[in-house]
Ligand binder design. Structure first.
Ligand SMILES: Nc1ncnc2c1ncn2[C@@H]1O[C@H](COP(=O)(O)OP(=O)(O)OP(=O)(O)O)[C@@H](O)[C@H]1O
Length: 614
């Protein structure tokens, strides 16, 4: 901000602008000076004290603060006009002066004029809120009472009230972090309301208090008895990934729906307050400037999920809304949170393809009924418990250039184009990107090379890999076992390359380890109408030698399957690429893969913090 004054231009001016304290200091020192020479008792000590460096420095700070508080910006356009006029005059005298010509050009530029105009608009506004005078009839026990004035603006007040179950008093139930009430530092959870805008609240219902607030304009004045034990905030900020959707407006148990924070699975939330065991306060990591909202705590969600799990043991994925609906809480909070909105507050065919370009687990699975999904077969309880955790603690992770690359996992419905995209991605830079060579128990063909198309192993070896948890996923096709091993992935990563694998979504959990740090990319089909166009000439590869056109039912199945995958596993997707135009999808895929390796990403805290690692 530009200021028109210069501080202390003359000694007289300086004296006039000097704050009273400084002036007093000077006078006292002058007086003491007289007595100092006469050696009056104690004068020397006082004189030295007042002249001490630290006190002088403190006084200097005080003077500076005083000066800036008093100083108000003034409009500068009139001065700019005078300057322009003087520049013109000067140019008449020295027309060839490039400096003055440059100054004239600057003064005439639209952005400079706009800057001055913006400055003056701000300078002429009075931003100081006009507070009403304090009431005359402040009670004698003033100590116990506090008057709080909050000026309404476009933001919600950010606090909730409730009736105390025993005393019937109207209390501040909670103050939402980052809201107006919180930033004022004047309202605390547990404060007892006595009056609102001069109206006593004793005997009133919380709804009636809300009504009084709704009718008030300008400034809201609360008379309240402060809570005796203010909560000491020693919270550490925590980031979590939401593992389910949550909609506060459809949750009848939330103490205050308007104060709730809706979120979708996969979103990163910053938990700012965990004081309440049942209801936390959180912000979205993408929108940290807003005030926080209420979300169910980990404990509350886990409890409900457990109850639901025991009643429906074969349906691991629960609808958060349905579980929460069962919860009955005694607390009933009323909002003066969103008053502004309610009451007007401003408120492939691998035969001929080079190594790595073969189909792995996706091999003819549409036709096969025998392919098993390893995840559930091997560890249903582990999968369930992890999937069902309501929040997953996450941290920001930036891969160090000397670290191994993160595993890239492609997930999507059969036929969506995963093989095609992976093939194209690898083709862009085969020295950087590579698939993992799968294992199989089927016989090696004459033109195949062990370790190129497949690792050909015996059934016993294969089963041993499965039992020792070294298979990311595996399945059976026409009596033979196929699978992708962790060792095969590790081989690619150890060569400094980026390993690209496709997994069934149930296999995501197996791959999510500290070692592989997988980055999951969901390949999503476009809308049905777009698919009809883009897949008009495409072929589904149903067996090594058979390819047929996509039928309407294939497209429907793809869409249906994609929806189910998103609904059940969406929380694990780091990136979604819609495969409409192959070229565009490939570009998106390439940039996502590069981002995963080179830019900071949210990853489970267990992958990074040594405390979590087992
Ligand atoms: N965006 C697209 N536009 C047109 N055709 C496409 C597109 N994406 C993929 N295809 C074609 O669709 C067919 C199926 O693709 P692809 O084999 O890559 O799918 P997939 O997801 O790997 O299927 P599966 O799970 O059965 O192995 C291929 O012929 C491929 O070229």
């Amino acid at each position: 901000m530009l200021h028109s004054e210069k501080w202390g231009e003359s000694p007289r001016m300086k004296k006039m602008e000097m704050p009273a304290v400084s002036l007093l200091f000077q006078l006292v020192l002058q007086e003491l000076n007289l007595f100092y020479k006469r050696d009056v008792n104690g004068v020397g000590v006082l004189y030295d004290l007042l002249r001490s460096h630290w006190l002088q420095a403190l006084l200097k700070v005080y003077e500076c603060l005083h000066y800036y508080i008093r100083k108000k910006p003034v409009p500068v356009i009139p001065q700019a006009r005078v300057l322009s006029y003087e520049v013109e005059e000067l140019l008449r005298e020295v027309p060839q002066s490039t400096e003055i010509q440059e100054l004239r050009r600057l003064l005439r530029t639209p952005h400079f004029k706009a800057l001055l105009s913006a400055h003056d608009t701000v300078a002429q506004k009075d931003f100081e809120p006009v507070l009403p005078p304090l009431p005359d009839n402040i009670p004698e026990n003033e100590e116990a009472m506090r008057i709080v004035c909050l000026v309404k603006n476009k933001q919600p007040l950010g606090a909730t009230i409730k009736r105390h179950e025993i005393t019937g008093d109207i209390m501040v139930a909670r103050v939402i972090s980052g809201g107006l009430a919180d930033r004022s530092g004047l309202l605390y959870a547990g404060d007892k309301l006595v009056e609102v805008n001069g109206v006593p609240v004793e005997g009133l219902e919380p709804e009636q208090v809300i009504h009084i607030l709704a009718l008030s304009h300008g400034t809201i004045m609360f008379k309240l008895i402060p809570v005796s034990d203010r909560p000491v905030s020693n919270q550490t900020t925590l980031y979590v990934r939401a593992m389910a959707d949550y909609c506060p407006l459809q949750d009848p148990t939330i103490p205050c729906a308007d104060a709730g924070l809706p979120f979708k699975k996969g979103e990163i939330l910053q938990i700012v307050d965990q004081n309440d065991v049942l209801w936390w306060q959180a912000k979205k990591a993408l929108d940290l400037n807003t005030c926080a909202g209420l979300i169910p705590s980990n404990q509350l969600l886990k409890r409900k999920q457990r109850e639901f799990w025991w009643s429906q043991p074969f349906q691991p994925y629960t609808c958060l809304r349905s579980t929460i609906r069962e919860c009955v809480l005694c607390e009933m909070e009323l909002v003066f949170f969103h008053l502004h909105s309610v009451h007007g507050f401003n408120t492939s065919i691998f035969l001929l393809l080079p190594a790595g370009f073969r189909r792995s687990m996706r091999l003819c699975r549409r036709k096969s009924q025998n392919i098993q999904q390893s995840c559930y077969a091997r560890c249903p309880s582990i999968c369930y418990s992890t999937v069902a955790a309501p929040y997953e603690e996450v941290v920001r992770y930036q891969r160090h250039p000397s670290d191994r690359n993160r595993l890239i996992v492609l997930v999507g419905p059969s036929g969506v184009g995963i093989n095609e995209l992976r093939r194209r991605l690898i083709q862009t830079n085969p020295r950087r990107f590579q698939s993992a060579v799968p294992h199989t128990t089927r016989a090696q063909k004459s033109y195949e090379v062990n370790g190129r198309e497949y690792h050909y192993v015996s059934k016993e070896t294969f089963e041993n890999l499965v039992y020792t948890h070294r298979m990311l996923q595996y399945g059976e096709y026409k009596g033979n076992l196929y699978g992708t091993s962790v060792d095969a992935v590790r081989t690619v990563l150890d060569e400094g390359k980026v390993c690209i694998v496709d997994l069934e979504p149930q296999g995501i959990q197996v791959a999510r380890t500290h070692e592989l740090k997988p980055y999951i990319i969901f390949i999503k089909p476009p809308s049905m109408s777009c698919m009809r166009q883009s897949r008009e000439n495409a072929r589904i590869i149903t067996d090594y030698y058979v390819s047929i056109r996509f039928k309407e039912e294939d497209l429907e199945e793809m869409e249906d399957s994609a929806k189910k995958m998103e609904a059940q596993f969406g929380q694990f997707f780091d990136q979604v690429v819609v495969n409409d135009s192959l070229q565009e999808a490939c570009v998106q895929l390439l940039s996502a893969v590069c981002r995963a390796q080179d830019e900071p990403q949210w990853v489970p805290a267990t992958w990074i913090c040594s405390d979590f690692q087992t």
